[in-house]
Design a protein around this ligand. Sequence first.
Ligand code: MG
Length: 380
Amino acid sequence: MKRVILLGSSGSIGQSACKVARELPERMKIVGLAVNGSVSVLLEQAREFGVKALAVFDEQAAADAERELPADGHLYKGAAGLVELVRETEADMVLVAIVGTAGLAPALAALESGKDLAVASKEILVMAGESVMKTAADRGRAILPVDSEHNAIFQCLRGAADREVRRLILTASGGPFRRTPREQLATVSVEQALQHPTWNMGKKITIDSATLFNKGLEMIEARWLFNIEMARIDVIVHPQSIVHSMVEFVDHSVLAQLSHSDMCFPIQYAVTYPDRLPNQLGSLDFARLGQLTFEAPDPARFPALTLARHAGTVGGTMPAVFNAANEVAVARFLARRGTFPQIWESVEKVMARHQSVASAGLDAILAADAWARAACARLD
Ligand code: MG
């Protein structure tokens, strides 16, 4: 039985995690819940799973939650509240599924207070991969990837030694503009960019899937999670999203992990690892799928991959800058104040102006993050 604190419980990953907890009550018990502002979802989940330790990030929403709190419940508030919830609640694992940088401090708090970390928020490893992995190693805690690609690689690497691995191959759906000519990308609308062909996710990550920034962030995440150089991390477009990623070994054999595209698969594996348990998620019907296809990503239409490779290779504070500038640029696109190509153009400009700080601590990383946000906002 794993006692799990779920941060970001109202989002799509959070809802899938609740589904897993519902299906495997003998293996997963939710003991803490945190949301940004979705108080009604939080209170409903607290009732359903009998959770007493709750946190609300948004201060105004926290005041609303306080009024409806069950008598035996405890409410933690704001950014500091998330960290307190993690530190003070007895649990085996913290699943961080918060969009943006707010997950970083609670993730470190989880490891420092002796809990395993299940990572769904990319920012944690992109921004602070070096210190998060070091903290986990120092404390003897596990980091379990929930992102479908990393979870796939984690499954393929089971029992493998580092020296046996040749390269990691991340699959990408290619997003809605896989076939869109370069000149048409300048005029795509927010609505078109939000049409993801295979996954149903939040807005930020859906735009990131359309630009392939999501895959760029995942390359950097993989670099830290599996302690491998950027040069040995490749990306292949696989529109059906059935092969979730692959590992090529030194003998040129490749292992892949396949399943339906449903986040319940990686969440369940992360929670029950090292066990595999039966579930109701359904088999793949290969005859019905017919074919699985692969194509090389076009670097001219998707510069995010080149930018990510550069950020990950430079290291230090550059990945944090890559991430923060992208967040600002995506918000601008969603607010209809910029074109789709301006997302990567802005990120490229901000990265070009940044002097990376090597082996940066948390303060330097957060300073670089703030600098990049301001620098990107000034590009208006
Ligand atoms: Mg992913």
